[in-house]
Write a protein of this length. Sequence first.
Length: 178
Amino acid sequence: MDLLDYQYLKIDFVDKPLDRFGTVYPLDLYCSYTFDQILVALGKHTEQKRSSFREGALYLAEKNLDVFFVTLNKSEKDYSTSTMYQDYSINEELFHWQSQSRTTEESITGQRYINQLTSGGSVLFFVREYKKEATFASPFTCIGFADFQSHYGSAPISIVWKMKESLPGFVMKKTVKV
């Protein structure tokens, strides 16, 4: 009982189901998942079909959902100079993210991002600190849904997103740029 009491006092967050506009996803906020687990949860992978996907941004048109997979600390050996994006949390509510290097303000994708609030689309973020931990791919932490706040630049577009849920301290420690 003492061990359970000790562990209970050490809980720093309680996960909660991820839902948006009444759609509940089989993922929990601030929990970590492999890339494949996320794609299964979002319906991109099925028992019959495994999608090939290697990008950091995924658009699911049938759900009107943009999903961003962010690696915060990139090394030049793993990423080209055109993909060394500046992604970081500004504070507990705001997250700075850069689109893919070819995305312009005028493009269909750029317009979807910029007009996310008026078009009724959703944006979902998953972050990880590094691409690998030892020899394995690092899992992504679900930091939740966000809404467009502002932008500047083009190719890539720098966008500030307002998180629907404030980021807890243990997530901020990883995502803030020092």
